[in-house]
Structures are given as structure tokens and as C-alpha cells.
Ligand binder design. Sequence first.
Ligand code: SF4
Length: 349
Amino acid sequence: MKKIKALALFSGGLDSILASRLIIDQGIDVLAIQFVTPFFNYAVLDDVQGHQDRIYRKYGIRVLVEDISEGYLRLLHNPAHGFGKNFNPCIDCKIMMFARAKEMLAEQGASFLISGEVLGQRPMSQRRDTMNLIERDSGTRSLLLRPLCAQLMNETVPELEGWVDRSKLLRMSGRGRSAQIALAREFGITDFPAPAGGCVLADPILSRRIKQLYSDDSVLQSVEITVADIRMLLLGRQFVLPGGGWLIIGRDERENNSLTALADPEDAVLLMEDWPGPVGVLKKTGNRYPDEKKLAMALAFAASLVVRYGKKLPAGSEQGEVTCTLRGARHLIPAGPLADDTFRNWAML
Ligand code: SF4
């Protein structure tokens, strides 16, 4: 007889690992779906196969990685249920992920969904009323089984159909972690990620940068926000220049490489080719400055900051030579280091 298949909403955290394992242990074929956006799990895309192998080796769980960045960037403009303490739209985030997972049931030949949610664990999205609301708005009611707290919830299709034995499911609730850690030990799982890491929208500092980008006085103004914009926003030193230009300066070689790779042709990329220093990216330069004079001034500020954060210039030399590449064309901008007093107020959050 063909095995019943379930899709697990898989964050990679301990709760989703345990929920998957509990259901695998009941003879169900579980495929874990790990959603990625620039706000969480994005590094997985660097090596999907390696990630899948690692999760299978460590936890015996098969993972499918699904990039939902595009829809997620749109969602952040106006989530119907608002934001949590930071810029985290947890309720709409879950509705979106659960709804997508439900669509994937047919694509994957699966019959129901599971998640690692625990009743009362999170103030915004794991209260009983919000869990019900998320089920309703994602269309997953009765298809979504939460193995860690199932005995505290209404019965779902897999229980009613007898695919899953409800008596072997759990009744975890609240914010404590001891029950999860004890269960992990029973499964022989000792190496698992710390709770509540990972989502930059819930990070008090980084989420402020993202909120700024989505605000009415955004440094991008009416330009459409892209994945590369978000990834750049999470890197380096961030500045808003006089006139509103958005400048990012790399802090180390890794960030310099990332900035160079993420820049698009409308971004100006600045660096000193003959002297150690950072890469600077002045975002959307090509379409932001119809006025040549304003463009030249913004590039001059950007070049001076690149010199400021570079290695101290050799004795006797007052200016560095900064190469600026924009729309494939390169030109040199001689610039001295900008005085700290001048740009102290330009730092973005
Ligand atoms: S913390 Fe982040 S990933 Fe988790 S539900 Fe909230 S917005 Fe979504």
C-alpha cells in the first residue's frame, strides 16, 4: 500500500524537527518544506544540496527548499494583520507560507500538513485565536496537524482518517523549552539551532532598517524594492547622503565582495583600485539623479567616505583615487577622507 505523505512547515528550528520526527515515526512519508526569503533562511540558497544532505544526515528529514521572496517583498508593504514588536508580520507571514504549502500538497502528492507550532509559545502567532485565524485565512483548517500540541487542539483529517494515532501526539504548551529538549534527547538529537534566531524582521536593530526602506520617506522612494536591495540593506555601514542618496560601505572583504556581486547596473560602485579600502555602493544612482550636478555631488560624498574608511593615505598624499563604475562606464574621482563631523548624522539607523 502506498504510504501516506505529509508536508511539514520546516523552519529548521527544534520544534519543526521534532514535529517531523514524530510523524515520520508513525510511518508517514514526510517532506519538509523550508521557505526562504532575504529575511530568513536565505543562506540555504548558497548550497541547497549540501543543506538537504546535512539535514537528512543529522535528523533523517528530507527537505525541499522553496524561495518565496517575491511575494514576501510585496506582503511587507501592507500586511492585513499588521506587525509584531518589530517589523515582523508574523500572522500574514504564516498565512502566506501555510497557503503556499497547501497548494504544494497536490504538487507533491501529499495529504496533509504538519507544523512545529506549540500552543501559547509565541505572543503573536501561537495563541489559540490567532492559530485559528491563520488556519482560516490560509485555507488549511483540519488539514494542518500540530504534533507537539495536537491533543490540545481539535482533531484534524489525518487523525480522523486514522493515518496518524492521536494518542501518540503531544500536548505541549507555553514558552518553556524543557519538554522539547527532553524529546530531542529521546530522538538522539543533541545538535540543533538555538530558538528564535534567524528572522531579521524580528530583530530589533536590523528590522528598523527594513522598516525605513518600506516607509513613505524611504531611501528608495517609489522604486520597486528587490531582493538585492534587502540583502544590501543588511550589509555594511549604511548612510543617507544629503539629497537623499543611499550609500553602503563594506566593512570587510566578505561584505565588499557581496556588495560588488549584488550591485546592479543602476548602482554606482566605488573603490580605490590602488589602495586598500572598502567598496561603496550608491544605490539606484542611474535613475535617481536626473540633475548631473546633484549626481556629481553625491558621488563626491560617496568617494570621500570610501577614502575615509580606507587605509590611511600615505604621508604627503591628501587624496585617493576612487574608481566609480556606473552602467558599465568607469571614471576616476579624486577624493580626500571626509571629516567625521561632516557625516556623523548621515548614518542610517
Ligand atoms: S518571526 Fe519572521 S519568519 Fe517567523 S513568523 Fe514572524 S515574520 Fe515569519
